[in-house]
Structure formats: C-alpha cells, structure tokens
Design a protein around this ligand. Structure first.
Ligand code: 9WN
Length: 442
C-alpha cells in the first residue's frame, strides 16, 4: 500500500493538474464540459487553490472577475467565455437591456454569494509568507481592487436589503449557489411558469445520470425567472415588484457578514478606516439578521419567503449559517453539536463524516440529487475555514481529514453520494480541486 506521503503528493499533483487543464489563461472554467465559463463564487475558491501554485495567477483570476462587475456594484454570477453549449447563455440573459451592465463583456444578470474577500485575504497571506515579488503583487492588487470589493458589499447591503433587515434578498435560487436545495421548494411551488420562449437544456448531457441534476419542471421555473428579470430590465426595484421569487437567504447573509468582517480588516490594513467602519457595520447588521433567523425549536437558521412572510424550516446545510458568521455563543455551541450529531456528520451510514447538503433524516433528502443530499467539498471547506478562524481547530481538522479521504478517489467531483462516497455531477470540478490544494497546504 502507498504510504501517506506518496498518497498526499499524488492528490496534490492531481488537483494542480485539474486547475491547469481548466485554465484558459485569463480565467479558469468552473468545470471542463458542464460549466465552460467563469462563475463568481467558484472564482474565489479557485483563486484560493491557485494561490498555492502561483500568486500571480490567483490575482489574474480575481481581477478577471472584477472586470465584469456591473456599474452599481453587482458581481455577476457568470462571466461568459466564448465556448458554446451552456444554457442559459448570454442570448437568454440579454443583459444589454440593463442600464448598469458593463460594456465589452458578456455576463448573466444575477449574483452569487459574496466569498471574494476570503480569497483576497488568503492570497495576501500566502504572498506575505512568500515575500518578495509575490508580496508586492498582492499588496498592489489589494490597493487596485479594494474599491471593487467595497462596492460589491455596499450594493448587496443596499439593493438586496433596502429595509435594513440584516438578510440578503435573492431573486433566483441560482443566486444562493444551492440551486435546487429543498430550501427553495416552498417559494418555487408558488412560481407559476406560464407561456415562455422554448429552450433546450444542455446540462443533462454532461452528467452520467440526468437524475443527478435538477428536473425539467425546476428548469422551467429557473428560466421563467430569468425572463421576468429581463422584462424588468434588471432594475432592482422593478424586479422586487414583479418577480415570482423573493427570498431572504440566510446562508448568503452569513457569508456577507463574514466577508465584510474580513474586508473591514483588509481596508483597515490599507489605511481605509472609514471604509473599514462601513464594512464592520454591514458585518454586524447581517450577523444579527442571521442570529435572529435561528429557530429556537430546531437550532437551525431559516430562510424566509418574502412574498408570504413565511419562515422556511427545511433541515438543510443552509441552516448552519451561524457557524460561518458567529454572533451568539450559545447558538454556535448548539449548532456545533448538531453538525457533529447523528442527523448530520455523525449519521451512522455516512461514508465520510462531512455535512450532507440536506439532513439524511429529512423527508426531502435525496442522496444522489445535486443540492438535495450529496456532500459538496467546497461547502465542507467553508465550514472548516470558518471554524479555524473562530479558533475551533478540532472541527476544522476533522472536516479536513474526512474530506481528504473523500477526495482520495482523484475524481474531483462536483458532489459526492453521502452513503457510498460515489463521485457525482461533473468531474474535474475546479473548486473541488482548489479546496483540496488548500487542505493539503494546511
Ligand atoms: C448555475 C458552477 C456552478 C456553481 C453553483 C452550482 C452550479 C449552475 C448550474 O454550478 O450552478 O449557476 O448550471 O447548475 O449550483 O453553486 O457555482 O460550479
């Protein structure tokens, strides 16, 4: 049998190879066939992985995303490269109708969770450790890019929380990054997709089994919402008045709180003290919003359907949002116990003790279907990273070790079947390879 060191080296080489193969020079595609473009939150994780291979390449990745930033601050969820075959592509997003879409670059018209400052901080740490030219490049990059990140956070805190509730409003489940999670079943049950321009999906041709992807009925609603946003010319106020899906997303809110706290530290380090204070305020507001959304009964944080006012109690990984942003020691203690307990990572039938996207004890759990049950390495990484930031090395260590065992199949899958450990969805997924490199470096 291979010894540990050889196994680790093989895993690291294979992960680096995935990033190299998915690299188009100016951006890294999220996955070679299924996702041949740049995705917003994928970019942050990919840059973290790249920072272990080349600080300058990690900077290019983040900079290239920023060139697609919309004028009011939104970072779009997809930046399209030239490859054909992804649906919905730019011709369906029709972002030219928007008054603030950037010129000369083709993007989608929605956003994804704000994890970018986590990547900026990680790149800076790496570069400072290396010193010399890397350090100078990363510090210059921070100076040049900080206004972009600040504008992004401010846009989220105003356009997506105009009333100051402390929760980020989303208008499409793609904005949550957890597209078909049962978190969204109730709000989607009220989306009545009527007559629409016909479309053909491509995604199901790139996975072994179409049942690992969202259903056609789900896709009709996804595209219906895109068409509604186009009709509203991507004007945030008009969207709020007309769209059939308006949900307060507790997980994105926790990420905004966490990332704003980090951005405040970065701004302070760059001598931008007023901006640092603004970011601290945003962090505090969204942290409070997340804690206020915790159900005393289940101990999990809940999303909220803003069209009905109803809280959404489904037991998904989104409910552990407080473990990302902190804010209440008692809530965190209870969540840590829950996470490691039999309904989650401690479920006796799990192959690897990492969080499934939906609790295996929930009636909505589907072990092979996308965000309805499978384990996503990138989500495990986020919880581990946040735990370590809080000083919980034990939790981080456990999640890292279990994940590295899971990734030992060298497939770098998009997600994994929780009971068998089978690789599902896309293979050679960039963010999976990237977090592997980061775990190996810890
Ligand atoms: C739609 C790229 C993206 C991830 C999302 C994941 C999936 C896209 C899709 O892939 O979504 O944005 O076509 O299914 O759900 O989190 O960013 O990896």
């Amino acid at each position: 049998m291979e010894d540990d060191t050889a196994g680790t080296a093989r895993l690291g080489d294979a992960a680096a190879d995935v990033l190299r193969r998915n690299d188009l020079g100016h951006l890294t595609v999220a996955a070679p066939e299924l996702y041949p473009h740049q995705w917003s939150w994928d970019t942050a994780f990919i840059a973290i992985g790249l920072s272990h291979l080349s600080v300058s390449r990690a900077i290019i990745e983040m900079s290239s995303l920023l060139t697609a930033q919309w004028r009011r601050g939104m970072i779009p969820h997809i930046v399209f490269d030239t490859a054909p075959g992804y649906f919905p592509g730019p011709e369906r997003w029709r972002t030219a109708v928007a008054s603030d879409a950037p010129a000369g670059v083709r993007t989608s018209g929605i956003c994804q969770p704000p994890v970018h400052s986590v990547a900026v901080a990680r790149i800076l740490d790496q570069a400072r450790r290396r010193g010399g030219a890397d350090r100078r490049a990363a510090e210059d990059f921070l100076t040049e890019s900080i206004d972009g990140w600040l504008a992004w956070h401010r846009w989220l805190a105003t356009s997506r929380d105009p009333e100051g509730s402390g929760l980020v409003e989303i208008h499409h489940s793609w904005e949550s990054g957890m597209d078909n999670s049962p978190r969204w079943d109730a709000p989607y049950s009220r989306v009545d997709a009527g007559e629409m321009e016909p479309f053909t999906r491509n995604d199901t041709t790139h996975v072994t089994d179409a049942a690992e992807r969202p259903t056609d009925a789900e896709y009709r609603r996804y595209i219906w919402l895109v068409d509604q946003m186009v009709a509203a010319r991507y004007d945030e106020e008009a969207i709020r008045r007309t769209i059939d899906f308006r949900v307060a997303d507790v997980f994105a809110s926790a990420l905004l709180a966490l990332s704003s706290e980090i951005l405040a530290e970065l701004a302070a380090g760059a001598g931008r003290h007023r901006d640092a204070r603004d970011m601290e305020e945003i962090a505090a507001r969204f942290r409070s919003g997340v804690i206020a959304a915790v159900s005393p009964r289940s101990g999990l944080a809940q999303d909220r359907d803003l069209r009905t006012g109803a809280w959404l109690p489904t037991a998904t990984i989104g409910g552990f949002a407080p473990l990302l942003c902190g804010g209440d020691a008692a809530v965190l203690r209870r969540q840590r116990e829950l996470l490691l307990g039999p309904e989650w990572c401690g479920h006796p039938d799990l192959r690897h003790a990492v969080p499934p996207s939906t609790s295996p004890t929930s009636p909505e759990f589907r072990p092979r279907q996308y965000w309805r049950g499978p384990q996503w390495p990138v989500i495990t990484w986020l919880f581990g990273w946040a735990a370590r930031r809080r000083g919980d090395e034990a939790l981080e260590g456990q999640l890292r070790e279990e994940s590295l065992r899971q990734l030992g199949d060298l497939r770098f899958a998009e997600y994994y079947e929780p009971f068998t450990g089978e690789a599902l969805g896309s293979r050679w997924q960039s963010w999976t390879a990237a977090v592997t490199l980061d775990w190996l470096a810890s």
